[in-house]
Ligand binder design. Structure first.
Ligand SMILES: [Zn+2]
Length: 256
């Protein structure tokens, strides 16, 4: 009986602590007065030497473009802090995050999110003292496999991003687009593409007032694709051709 009471108490306290941590993280991660720390941890999807070589050759410079791009976009919205993010390349991790559930049932998704948060708590070197560091796990796959990559995602609760990309120098710029997209999810941005992946008008367009409207020249980052006609779009291959639209800027607390 006593054990049952203690177990209930432990469960309830864990839940309260988790909710409190989430609330504090949400408050501080969206307060742009201080740069938001982001650590990108590369992980090899399989034990393939070419993936390990690619990871060994990654450098901080490959990810600096995210901060430069965020600064450029923040300036357009007159965000007082000129450097909203501080992205750094973390060490390679040797364990894979929990596999995303096959079933889309809500209970499985919630369970997976909890497992992911527990896993991340033990796999985030360099973040022990920080409440507001975004942990981005970049899982790298062999480009030869030409597979459809598992879905990348960003969790606002827990400030965790999971990005799947190819271990190929020609894909590094593309990987930074996905990192930026998932990073923005962790601070409250929503997706802006439809069920077949085309940008939703107007929120998913970088320049919704452009005349003529098509083709667009850049992608809204949360749509991830450039609309070339009302029914077709192409991937944004780098952050240079990506923008943060006004709806996303509002969602991430850059503007009222
Ligand atoms: Zn998304």
């Amino acid at each position: 009986m006593q054990w049952a009471t203690a177990r209930k108490f432990i469960l309830a306290s864990t839940l309260v602590i988790t909710l409190l941590v989430s609330a504090i993280q949400m408050l501080y991660s969206r307060n742009w007065g201080v740069s938001l720390p982001v650590i990108v941890y590369p992980i090899a999807a399989t034990d393939d030497p070419s993936i390990h070589r690619y990871i060994d050759n990654l450098s901080q410079r490959d990810f600096d473009i995210i901060d430069t791009w965020m600064s450029r976009e923040a300036a357009r919205y007159k965000v007082p802090n000129p450097t909203p993010t501080a992205v750094s390349l973390g060490p390679r991790l040797d364990t894979l995050p929990p596999a995303f559930p096959q079933s889309e049932h809500l209970a499985w998704l919630i369970l997976w999110q909890l497992r992911m948060r527990v896993w991340a708590a033990f796999n985030a070197p360099g973040t022990f003292w920080s409440w507001r560091t975004v942990r981005m796990y970049l899982v790298l796959h062999r480009p030869e496999d030409k597979q459809v990559l598992p879905h990348s995602l960003g969790l606002q609760k827990g400030l965790i991003g999971l990005v799947h990309g190819f271990a190929d120098d020609r894909q590094t710029a593309q990987n930074t687009v996905v990192v930026a997209h998932e990073l923005l999810h962790t601070v409250g941005a929503s997706d802006k593409y439809d069920y077949i992946g085309n940008p939703v008008f107007p929120h998913g367009y970088a320049s919704p007032n452009r005349k003529p409207l098509h083709p667009q020249r850049s992608a809204e980052i949360m749509a991830g694709r450039i609309a070339i006609s009302p029914f077709s779009s192409v991937m944004a291959h780098s952050l240079r051709s990506s923008r943060i639209g006004p709806t996303t800027a509002r969602e991430i607390n850059w503007i009222e």
